[in-house]
Design a protein around this ligand. Structure first.
Ligand SMILES: [Zn+2]
Length: 296
């Protein structure tokens, strides 16, 4: 009896971890176009029914956030893959709406460091909200310690090896640099116990870093912004389906979700799937706004 009790005590944290419910919900499955009838890029990770992590928050995401009954007070972390408009535009709306909730404490925002084309994430948030400097400086009390909810920003330096950027209980978040033309960009892997979701963000694949970050992940969210016959500048910014396939072949995710769908890829799902299938045999799904995927 003693032995059984000892085993139960020893196993209980493991059982609890295994039972943690984790789900990915797509808030915005589109890119920067207005004609795609989709919100721009944004995702939620639900942990035990709570909206704990946001990944990007482009235009339209704020409305989707409401529609899926997400709660700002439950958010721990916002991960910005890069600072383009279609990944960040609704952040001010989210912050303002927090005033009317019980949201309090620190809300961590991670994103890339600066280069000659883009500000650092820290500077980006200050240019939006900081007292006497920001475009919406009237929200500056979210940075200076006065408001209940405080934004805490973190710049992620360019790094071709995955780094651990956040840890909270059984949750860890890793980041790695990806190539998105001249724009600093980050891919993230969120691990909760033995479950994980990896986000490519916008990237061309030229750094060959996502393959290692996404190794054996439960869900890889890859951005399907260009078709196979794309050429020129678009291929410096985004992955062709064959590149997505080659990455998935090496990373072997349990499931591949295609998002950041654009007018140039919408309607070409059969062709896209065919190209990816040359390399990756696992399940492939095309995301829509509010698509919900339980991580098993
Ligand atoms: Zn984008």
């Amino acid at each position: 009896m003693k032995k059984i009790l000892f085993l139960m005590v020893w196993l209980s944290p493991l059982i609890l971890l295994a039972n943690t419910s984790v789900a990915l919900q797509v808030l915005g499955s589109g890119g920067p176009e207005s004609g795609d009838k989709r919100a721009s890029t944004a995702y939620i990770i639900w942990i035990d029914g709570k909206s704990r992590i946001l990944i990007d928050f482009g235009g339209g995401a704020s409305l989707r956030f409401e529609e899926v009954n997400a709660n700002i007070a439950d958010l721990d972390v916002i991960l910005l893959t890069h600072l383009h408009v279609d990944h960040t535009a609704d952040l001010p709306a989210l912050l303002k709406s927090s005033f009317f909730t019980h949201a309090s404490g620190k809300l961590h925002i991670f994103g890339p460091d600066k280069n000659i084309f883009m500000p650092s994430t820290d500077d980006f948030i200050e240019r939006l909200f900081k007292n006497a400097k920001g475009a919406w400086q009237y929200l500056g009390d979210h940075l200076d310690g006065q408001a209940r909810l405080q934004l805490k920003t973190h710049n992620i330096r360019k790094n071709h090896k995955a780094s651990l950027i956040y840890k909270n209980g059984s949750m860890t978040i890793q980041a790695i640099s990806v190539h998105h033309g001249p724009i600093p960009a980050i891919a993230y892997r969120v691990n909760i116990g033995n479950k994980s979701i990896t986000f490519s963000g916008d990237m061309s694949g030229q750094y060959h870093t996502l393959e290692t970050l996404a190794k054996n992940t439960n869900i890889l969210v890859a951005h399907n912004a260009v078709p196979q016959n794309a050429s020129g500048v678009a291929t410096q910014l985004h992955m062709k389906p064959s590149t997505i396939g080659q990455i998935a072949q090496k990373a072997t995710p349990k499931k591949l979700i295609l998002s950041h769908r654009m007018l140039r890829t919408l309607g070409k799902e059969k062709e896209t799937k065919r190209e990816i299938r040359k390399y990756y045999k696992g399940p492939i799904q095309f995301a829509n706004d509010k698509s919900y995927y339980k991580v098993r």
